[in-house]
Design a binder for this molecule. Structure first.
Ligand code: SF4
Length: 508
């Protein structure tokens, strides 16, 4: 018996035809409608595949139309099942394939939601029956999926259904005739995505870099906001994003934090928190002048760089800041000395203009790549031999550890997934580190940014996360990877971390 591609199961002739039209080379089998035909069809296919010289699927997708149970889901919406239940609520299958398939469909302009599909023994009509199934958590109902998906396929499975009838528009109404035609067109477009999902399915190894995710500075900053929300009148204002991660910001917003760009958006007398990236002295003075209740969540390692700048300036040295000009940390640090200059790359050294080449110092942004800094420093010291630097490297321990952990796995990986927001400096540097050795590197805010093309022909996938990324988001990415085949997960640790910082006085 050989494993030979994706098998698409469609209960009705019309559904099978629509799917075949959408993907002419697909292996589509019509099963017939209802529980009995579904069970028989699944048994028949599995028995045939077990016989000598017969091909077996390496992935199975069940696709067709369905009734809607949620008034928010109009006809034509695709439901990609993460769970299939029967009409008593018994779970027939949990499907990790849902998140990647739904993300791919949405990326191609199709309206897809992830949800529970219920299978009833007969076609469901009437508000009461729909409400009963909706109360079990289901958003769509059919009469086959539970029996088809619970067969012993022993390969990844997926269930995708297009809503035809809804609680407001019963199946036997005239409107469902046009709705049905529309649904079959949607189903037809879905076939290609299912085929590509099948092509992505393979057994793989997942190497999880450690350390990854939250550092001590990020934990301190988030704890500071949470404690301020508990302690002071809300809304509590946060100047700029507390850390550069969308999930963290949205979570804190839901708790009562209001994020602002500048202090003039903060009402008099309110509490304002400075983000982990630090602020310039001018911002502190402006807050003091308005007697705002300031709580400073600047990471102590960023504050250390500010101290270095002040120390060099006090000794009449002009400071070169190696970092990214548009980053919040750069903006804050530059405020410490009016004559500071920013260097983004080694190539910028030749054009650098300074007041006195013999009175120069440099500091760096905390979240740079150590490889890049070495390149810049080599150019700088070659052109300005008298330049001095900080006693210890400014790149923080968390940045270095995450880069080192990634370096240890990247050469073995076909694809590296860096979990982090695009505005995170830390995340972008991890991408650069991975690109030095991995074939494919992708930065994702969460599993919804993953595409089949990232995972195809990738027997070994590396996963890491920026210092601002919650571990819970990494777990979601790992769950999504299980949707494209069995994944053997191995955590590769390069060092352990036990750094912690005390909270600001105001919230201790
Ligand atoms: S990445 Fe480094 S500098 Fe930034 S918050 Fe974390 S420990 Fe502090």
């Amino acid at each position: 018996m050989t494993r030979d591609g994706l098998l698409i199961l469609a209960p009705l002739r019309l559904e099978a035809r629509a799917l075949s039209q959408g993907a002419p080379s697909a292996w589509v089998v019509r099963t017939g409608a209802g529980p009995l035909r579904s069970s028989c069809a699944a048994s028949r296919i599995i028995a045939a595949a077990g016989a000598d010289d017969v091909h077996a699927p390496h992935a199975v997708a069940i696709a067709g139309v369905a009734g809607g149970l949620d008034t928010n889901l109009p006809a034509g919406t695709l439901v990609v099942a993460d769970k299939v239940i029967d009409e008593t609520g018994r779970v027939a299958a949990l499907l990790p394939s849902a998140s990647l398939i739904a993300a791919e469909l949405n990326a191609r302009g199709q309206r897809a939601v992830i949800g529970t599909v219920a299978s009833a023994r007969a076609v469901v009509e009437g508000a009461h029956k729909r409400a009963t199934l909706a109360a079990l958590g289901a958003v769509a109902v059919d009469t086959e999926s539970a029996w088809l998906v619970s067969a012993p396929w022993e390969v990844p499975t997926a269930v995708v259904r297009v809503i035809v009838d809804t609680p407001e528009r019963e199946l036997r109404s005239l409107a469902t005739v046009t709705g049905g035609i529309k649904a079959l067109a949607v189903l037809s477009r879905t076939a290609k995505v299912l085929v590509e999902w099948g092509e992505t399915v393979e057994a793989r190894e997942v190497l999880l870099a450690s350390p990854r995710s939250f550092c001590a500075g990020v934990e301190r900053a988030i704890d500071t906001v949470v404690r301020c929300i508990d302690k002071f009148a809300t809304p509590v204002y946060v100047r700029r994003h507390i850390v550069h991660n969308r999930h963290v910001v949205e979570h804190l917003e839901s708790m009562g934090a209001t994020f602002v760009q500048e202090l003039d958006e903060v009402p008099d007398g309110a509490t304002v928190i400075f983000s982990a990236h630090g602020v310039s002295p001018a911002v502190r003075q402006a807050a003091d002048a308005r007697a705002l209740n300031v709580v400073d969540a600047t990471c102590p390692l960023v504050a250390k760089v500010h101290n270095e700048v002040r120390r060099f300036s006090a000794r009449s040295r002009q400071v070169v800041f190696i970092g990214h000009a548009q980053h919040d940390e750069t903006e804050g640090t530059l405020g410490e000395a009016p004559d500071m200059v920013v260097l983004e790359a080694a190539g910028d050294v030749a054009a650098l203009e300074v007041a006195d080449p013999d009175r120069l110092a440099y500091v760096t942004q905390t979240t740079l790549s150590s490889d890049d800094v070495q390149d810049v420093l080599a150019e700088l010291t070659s052109r300005f031999p008298a330049i001095v630097g900080p006693g210890a490297n400014d790149i923080c321990y968390a940045t270095q550890n995450r880069q080192e952990a990634l370096r240890s796995i990247a050469p073995r990986c076909s694809t590296v997934i860096v979990v982090g927001s695009p505005e995170s400096s830390n995340a972008n540097r991890l991408v650069e580190v991975a690109r030095r050795s991995a074939r494919k590197v992708v930065l994702v805010d969460d599993e919804r940014d993953l595409r089949f093309e990232h995972l195809r022909d990738a027997p070994v996938i590396g996963v890491t996360a920026a210092a601002s990324t919650p571990e819970m988001v990494v777990d979601r990415v790992l769950d999504a990877l299980r949707g494209v085949g069995p994944a053997e997960l191995r955590e590769v640790s390069s060092t352990s971390e036990n750094t912690s910082f005390s909270l600001p006085m105001e919230v201790r």
